[in-house]
Design a binder for this molecule. Sequence first.
Ligand code: TIU
Length: 220
Amino acid sequence: MIEVAAEPFPYRFDPTRTALVVIDMQRDFLEPGGFGETLGNDLAPVVAIIPTVAALIQTFRDKGWMILHTRESHAPDLSDCPPAKRARGAPSLRIGDDGPMGRILVRGEPGAAIVEACAPAPGEIVVDKPGKGMFYATDVAEILKARRVSHLVFAGVTTEVCVQTSMREANDRGYECLLIEDATASYFPAFKVATLDMIRAQGAIVGWTTPLAAFKKAIS
Ligand code: TIU
């Protein structure tokens, strides 16, 4: 077992039963003309974490530990996109519309790809998910069960939307979840702070948080 200095108390994990989960580090959330920007968001806070997420991925790769990447995306016919999701808000481009990186949040389009710096390597698992949470309408439960995973280390975007939803889904399924603080970001810095606070409140009601430096120190 490895013990990491974390909030609200040390996090212990067995690397053979642990997976890194990198949520939605896609061009559509991180680059101009993508879904995130069409919703009216400032991309600067999410772009800033790309090197830290890449370093975290490299840390798991160097150790040979399991890595799972997710992509929020929809089938080209949008059969897995609830009309309510497509209609929500007042974006300049809706899911499925043609944008500068292809059709917004559609599987196989350039915008749905993971940014180069965080791109999956051969052997790493990539899961397309139509919702915010990674368990909804995906094979994630079966993938993790098959590998006897009990602990999940989270990173990615955005902290209060897809990361938090996936972490809460995992917590309810009995997984011990650690979020790497500087490897996650929101378009709204205050929402990131609030999410980290609510995750670790009440004795780690959802899970633990720690910076990448503390994680790396623990495993070195
Ligand atoms: N991946 C993810 O968080 N999807 C979102 O739509 N996030 C927003 O913050 N909009």
